[in-house]
Design a protein around this ligand. Structure first.
Ligand SMILES: [Zn+2]
Length: 170
């Protein structure tokens, strides 16, 4: 049914390493290095901007834990956590993915760049533009509540009880 190759990877369940509520992690079928993992939002999202805010914590925490796992399991000496957001950034699939790439000394993976000398005036100028347009950061999209079923009262009672119980905490 789906036309997304990456959604198909998830459906096929090949080389799945972890499945959470909102993300799936699997071995990249065309890896850059042995143990190259991708963490995928279950919801189809072409670019990062379309991934709901409430998926982000699980996306990044999963990548972080898998990064640790490749250190411990494959003896990686470093990892890159990478999102290629948009075609100019190297994105190859129309589904957002967070890559976890195991690194070794002198593995020659071309992910390095030469730092440039920053022009202070130019930096200050774009810093103020970016800061101005970043004011809404901190307003995060909440996960929609699951549709409630008819027999709601007991759940609400339980919620009330929980609230009271939490209020009681010091
Ligand atoms: Zn997809």
């Amino acid at each position: 049914m789906t036309e997304c190759e990456v959604c198909e990877w998830m459906e096929k369940k090949q080389n799945i390493l972890f499945e959470g509520d909102k993300v799936v992690a699997l071995l990249h079928p065309k890896p850059s290095a042995l143990g190259h993992i991708v963490v995928l939002p279950k919801v189809h999202a072409t670019i990062l901007e379309q991934v709901p805010d409430y998926v982000m914590p699980e996306l990044f925490s999963t990548a972080n834990k898998l990064s640790l796992t490749v250190f411990e399991t494959l003896g990686a000496q470093g990892t890159n956590l990478l999102i290629q957001n948009g075609i100019p950034a190297g994105q190859k699939h129309s589904h957002t993915m967070l890559h976890v790439i195991p690194r070794r000394q002198n593995d020659n993976l071309p992910l390095m760049w030469q730092p440039k000398q920053g022009d202070q005036e130019k930096l200050a100028e774009i810093a103020s533009q970016l800061a101005e347009n970043s004011k809404r950061i901190g307003m995060f999209e909440e996960e929609p509540k699951k549709p409630k079923e008819a027999k709601e009262e007991p759940a609400e009672e339980a919620e009330e009880y929980l609230k009271k119980a939490l209020r009681r905490r010091p």
